[in-house]
Design a binder for this molecule. Structure first.
Ligand SMILES: Nc1ncnc2c1ncn2[C@@H]1O[C@H](COP(=O)(O)OP(=O)(O)O)[C@@H](O)[C@H]1O
Ligand SMILES: [Mg+2]
Length: 463
């Protein structure tokens, strides 16, 4: 049973007891008493309960008002910037899977989607563990997951349209992986400088700018860049040794096979209901970041244009040209500290900052998951409007994660009879699959038991 208007007609598993008793009451939230539904990510509204994905159940009780056992839903109507933090094994990747299941076209209809129009999702899968979203859990390997699904009264399911992209040299084990290559023309000058280890304002940086300018109107290859550099006609005054540094580094990139003039065309992947999984484990960190940068940039360009045209047509009362592009897109990044670090060079940082800034008007959501909250770029995090805080242990990580929770934290909790008043200590207590959710609509973070996955979860052992 999905979102319900009848009391006691909520999703399967009943949670009637809890070890977690919060001290402070919840004074404001988006709660539908009938059917016990708790909604995150949007304020109260009277409209029909639509565009909601099912994430789990409230796992705490509080003095005054208790929501224990209520079904927890997440809004998909508005663009969000969601920050998922937690130690290794605390349930972050599970959350990413839960979100994708709620946003994508499924093989069979499922109560985890409450009146949802499937959108396009892009997943930066830095550990190559999400390909199993395509498969329904079955057999002895999935025994535990199947038991949990039964307890939650949810049926096994699978994504109807998930495409998996892998770099040329990665092992292929599914059979229909698509090659992931990038077009050199999509890489900006400052990104080339970063990738090749050169200052933007240096003789080498200048030389690169000249090469790129010369090739700008073409679908050029790395070989074209190398040829132009070798010719020596550009920036003739640049020392031979400087020129050679660039040549060696470009030749090195040519060997990785990540660039191709006919590489990734993001527009073609914007199919409603489709999940595009980029399995990047075998790439170097800077290349993972580059893939993310190019993807983010193309998404905000294409989606920005799409929504602009839609607004103009609606202003003039003309009909917008037929477009199959979805109105919403979600980009999800696992191990976000790798592609969007707080220090050092990373091409993805600028692109993601721009992505979140333009996101609201362009229908773009971003989800960042990390086990090192203190190592993710602040400018991106300043836009966070939703947080899932799983177990953390180190104080510096706790401080960084708590600083990004967009509402108040708990001032105290009674756990098995003992009172704990430090939120960091409370975070140290929660188990895998449990997290505090924070948003603007709820007066403080509230503890949620995340639901099991309906598609196969690859667990801790990525291939
Ligand atoms: N919602 C959940 N329900 C049940 N078990 C969970 C849940 N989330 C996580 N777990 C358990 O924790 C393990 C680690 O989860 P995972 O999402 O891979 O962690 P992380 O990405 O934080 O390292 C899972 O394999 C599973 O056994
Ligand atoms: Mg993980």
């Amino acid at each position: 049973m999905g979102f319900s208007n009848k009391l006691a007609d909520y999703i399967g598993k009943s949670i009637e007891k809890t070890q977690y008793i919060a001290i402070d009451p919840i004074v404001k939230c988006n709660y539908v008493q009938k059917g016990k539904n708790f909604i995150f990510g949007r304020g109260d509204d009277d409209s029909a309960p639509s565009d909601l994905l099912y994430i789990g159940k409230i796992l705490e009780t509080a003095s005054g008002s208790s929501f224990l056992g209520a079904d927890a839903w997440l809004d998909t109507r508005f663009p969000h910037v969601l920050y998922i933090t937690g130690t290794r094994g605390s349930g972050k990747s599970m959350d990413l899977g839960i979100l994708i299941e709620g946003l994508s076209q499924l093989d069979q209809s499922s109560p985890v989607q409450q009146d949802i129009t499937p959108v396009t999702t892009f997943l930066i899968d830095t550990q190559s563990q999400f390909w199993t979203l395509r498969y329904e859990p079955k057999g002895s390997d999935c025994k535990k997951q199947l038991e949990e699904l039964k307890a939650w009264n949810l049926q096994p399911n699978a994504l109807a349209d998930a495409k998996i992209f892998v770099p040329r040299d990665s092992t292929k084990f599914i059979g229909d992986e698509l090659p992931l290559t990038l077009r050199p023309r999509d890489v900006l000058h400052e990104e080339w400088c970063g990738l090749l280890g050169q200052e933007v304002y240096s003789p080498q940086g200048h030389l690169l700018a000249e090469v790129l300018e010369k090739l700008a109107t073409t679908d050029f290859s790395l070989d074209d860049m190398i040829r132009n550099l070798r010719e020596g006609r550009l920036s003739a005054s640049v020392a031979e040794s400087s020129r050679n540094v660039l040549l060696y580094r470009l030749a090195d990139y040519a060997r990785t096979g990540i660039f191709d003039p006919s590489g990734l065309k993001v527009e073609e992947l914007l199919i409603p209901g489709r999940c595009n999984i980029f399995m990047l484990r075998d790439l170097r960190d800077e290349d993972k970041a580059l893939v993310t940068a190019i993807l983010a940039r193309q998404l905000f360009t294409i989606m920005g244009r799409h929504h602009q045209q839609r607004r103009v047509s609606s202003f003039f009362g003309t009909s917008a040209s037929e477009s199959r592009i979805p109105s919403r897109v979600w980009l999800l990044v696992d191990e976000a500290h790798v592609v969007c670090p707080s220090s050092g060079d990373s091409p993805a940082r600028e692109a993601l900052v721009e992505y979140v800034k333009r996101g609201r008007d362009a229908g773009l959501s971003l989800v960042l998951a990390t086990q090192q909250p203190s190592a993710v770029d602040d400018r991106v995090l300043s836009q966070v409007n939703l947080s899932f805080s799983h177990r953390l242990t180190f104080q510096s990580d706790i401080n960084a994660a708590v600083a990004r929770i967009p509402t108040k934290t708990l001032s105290g909790l009674r756990f098995s009879g003992t009172k704990i008043s430090d939120f960091g200590d409370i975070l140290r207590l929660v188990e895998a699959g449990q997290c505090f959710i924070g948003d603007h609509a709820t007066s403080r973070t509230i503890l949620v038991q995340m639901r099991p996955r309906i598609t196969t979860h690859a667990g801790q052992s990525p291939l």
